[in-house]
Design a protein around this ligand. Structure first.
Ligand code: SF4
Length: 469
């Protein structure tokens, strides 16, 4: 993947990606405030950042250097913060994660690579730490309470030894004119080269379309050089859902289990279709809130009495300048009335309603009433339906165009066309970056986006009913 990535045209980040970068830069700037005497390495006197770093390190006057750059060709690395310690240097990487999040090993790898390159330039690194966000931080507190320094020196030194042993051969493979021998793994799912240039090139369906295939089975297929779904050996035991996916993909026909009809018949009318939007930013948006706190901001509800009846719509969108979750919860309880199934897609809505129950204990009863009426269309599809165009995924992005291929359900015609963009626009309103007339326009665009989500469920429900019949 790295070999192809090195040669691919650079892709500009989308709006949500740019917003994440902007927030990361803000966190970096706040981290620098912890070291008031620090200096930023920059291009000056015709010198590169690596040359400037060498000067700053050598002259002994700077205690702390930001954005220090190390060049040990062909490797280059930048340390967010480099500060003198016990006659050597302390390397710190600023990250917008909490210390108990599950991607910490990746962050340690990132830090280890930086330390490896600095050590290769001869810098005596005596400590390596991650500067992470504190769970205790609350909106409005100072930067001194925002971070926690997590010493990772022990783990980093072990990784540096491993990286050092592998780095030169990896560099040689990366700069070789031909890509290394490809090897099938679950990571191939995220690789842009998979279908275009690598293992799946020219294949109609691949083994990665088998949903939730155990990694040991994938390892076996990889070892046997089997990438084409049609070549999967019969003795590779597949469960019912995996077999359904394989049969459907190879036959080119959708597959519907007889049980679908019973499940759909259990839906109680009037039927409601519910979708939420939330916002979460690195730094909290509202009083009392923590970093990364997820805040419910919006809902859309469609409702109908039968498949032939009208589909009235109701909605709520918070004022971005304040936490409106109580208002939203009350509007939700009113919009969903007291009887009939509430159709959602995935368990996201259930999780958010449960969070509201914790936040607003006085509304626990009516909110529990909503939870008890939820019907998850995602689970119904996973257990009963497969279409070759799902390509192994049951996300709404795959399922909707496969089962309801109408032009009027296209998100591409909307100004806001995905969840990340919706979060970004709302966050920008909350931070005052969208102001004036643009607020009314953005609110309208957010409402249209969320409305299409529930209308899509209306159409999906109809389609499933027809398929079951
Ligand atoms: S498809 Fe898999 S093997 Fe090929 S480059 Fe991508 S990750 Fe590597």
């Amino acid at each position: 993947m790295a070999w192809y990535g090195l040669r691919a045209d650079p892709v500009a980040p989308d709006e949500a990606g740019r917003f994440r970068m902007q927030q990361g830069q803000e966190i970096g700037a706040l981290a620098r405030k912890l070291y008031p005497s620090g200096v930023i390495v920059s291009l000056a006197n015709g010198k590169t950042p690596a040359e400037r770093t060498r000067v700053n390190v050598a002259d002994g006057t700077e205690e702390t250097i930001f954005e220090a750059t190390a060049l040990a060709a062909p490797f280059v690395a930048k340390a967010d913060i480099l500060t003198r310690l016990n006659g050597g240097w302390h390397v710190l990487e600023v990250k917008s994660n909490f210390s108990d999040t599950k991607n910490i090993p990746d962050l340690v790898d990132d830090l280890s690579y930086t330390v490896m390159v600095f050590k290769r330039t001869g810098l005596p690194v005596v400590r390596a730490s991650l500067l992470l966000l504190s769970r205790e931080y609350r909106f409005g507190s100072g930067p001194d309470q925002l971070f926690e320094v997590v010493d990772k020196t022990g783990e980093v030194l072990v990784r540096v030894t491993e990286f050092d042993a592998a780095a030169d051969s990896i560099a040689k493979a990366l700069f070789n004119g031909k890509p290394p021998e490809p090897k099938l793994g679950s990571v191939c799912r995220e690789c842009a080269a998979f279908g275009e240039q690598c293992l799946a090139m020219g294949l109609a369906h691949t083994v990665l379309e088998i949903p939730n295939l155990h990694y040991k089975k994938l390892q076996r297929l990889s070892a046997e050089g089997i990438f084409d779904l049609s070549q999967v050996p019969d003795d590779l035991k597949l469960n019912e859902k995996q077999q359904r996916a394989k049969d459907s993909a190879l036959s080119g026909k959708p597959c519907v289990e007889p049980g679908l009809k019973n499940v759909l018949n259990a839906v109680a009318w009037p039927c409601y279709y519910l979708d939420f939007e939330t916002v979460a930013t690195f730094l909290p948006l509202y009083d009392g809130h923590a970093c990364h706190q997820q805040v419910l901001t919006q809902f859309s509800v469609h409702c109908r009495d039968t498949f032939d009846s009208e589909v009235p719509h109701s909605e709520y969108l918070a004022d971005a300048k304040r936490d409106c979750q109580r208002e939203l919860a009350e509007a939700l309880i009113s919009a969903l009335d007291q009887q009939g199934s509430i159709i959602v897609y995935t368990s996201f809505e259930k999780t958010r309603i449960e969070a509201l129950q914790r936040l607003l204990p006085d509304l626990n009863g009516p909110l529990q009433g909503i939870v008890d009426r939820l019907v998850d269309l995602y689970a119904i599809i996973v257990n009963h339906v497969y279409h070759p165009d799902f390509r192994g995924s049951f996300s709404i992005k795959k399922v909707l165009p496969a089962l309801v291929p109408d032009a009027d359900l296209s998100y591409q015609n909307l100004a806001i066309h995905d969840g990340d963009m919706a979060i970004t626009r709302f966050a920008r309103m909350a931070r005052g970056e969208i102001a004036g007339d643009a607020i009314a326009r953005t609110r309208q665009e957010l409402l249209e986006y969320c409305k299409l989500d529930t209308y899509a469920m209306v159409r999906l429900h109809e389609t499933l009913f027809r398929m079951a019949s």
